[in-house]
Design a protein around this ligand. Structure first.
Ligand code: 5GP
Length: 175
């Protein structure tokens, strides 16, 4: 029994796009500081690569909310697991996400962050699955749009596996 993974976005393509987003953020926030919020665990590889490409004074903090269980279906239930270490009041916050699917997790998280009075609040997601959107969420910085298939790699898991793949692939479950 082994799952098949079909390469969707090769490593070079992902890294190239992250460089472009980093450059764009650097230009958009010139003269300012930015506060990156990495959502654990999925966005960790993306956020670290992105942070290296942003040429500005930068703070990196981590937050964890639960959205998916160990399957491929969203429960719709969102729960805080780990909060930020620092205050975001008056800061230029960019929430860094791995994938926006239904939008439920993000809309919850963004509402919560808004209440903490940042100077500005933007969303950056490596992947976007627009076909699956249930809640309206605007992605300010987007890596790639992907089809309505379950993807893994570059931080994204299936039952905690495959996060370490250096590319984004489509998981074909062996059932
Ligand atoms: P949403 O609340 O937008 O439905 O779900 C967002 C979260 O669901 C993502 O942060 C991610 O953890 C998970 N998710 C959604 N689609 C996928 C997918 O195709 N692959 C993986 N590995 N996780 C997904």
């Amino acid at each position: 029994m082994s799952d098949k993974i079909r390469v969707l976005l090769p490593e070079e393509e992902v890294v190239k796009r992250i460089r472009e987003i980093g450059k764009q953020i650097t230009e958009d926030y010139r003269g300012e500081e930015v506060f990156l919020i990495c959502t654990l665990k999925g966005a960790s590889l993306f956020a670290c690569e992105l942070a290296k490409r942003i040429d500005l004074p930068l703070t990196l903090d981590f937050i964890a909310v639960a959205s998916y269980g160990s399957g491929t279906q969203s429960s719709g239930e969102v729960r805080m697991i780990k909060d930020l270490d620092e205050s975001i009041e008056g800061k230029n916050v960019i929430v860094v996400e791995d994938i926006v699917d239904t939008g439920r997790t993000l809309s919850y998280l963004l509402e919560m962050m808004k209440k903490r009075n940042p100077k500005s609040l933007k969303l950056c997601s490596l992947l976007d699955k627009p076909e699956r959107r249930v809640v309206d969420v605007e992605v300010d910085y987007k890596g790639f749009e992907v089809p309505d298939l379950f993807v893994v790699g570059y931080g994204l898991d299936y039952a905690q596996k495959y996060r370490n793949l250096p590319y984004v692939g489509i998981l074909e479950l062996d059932v």
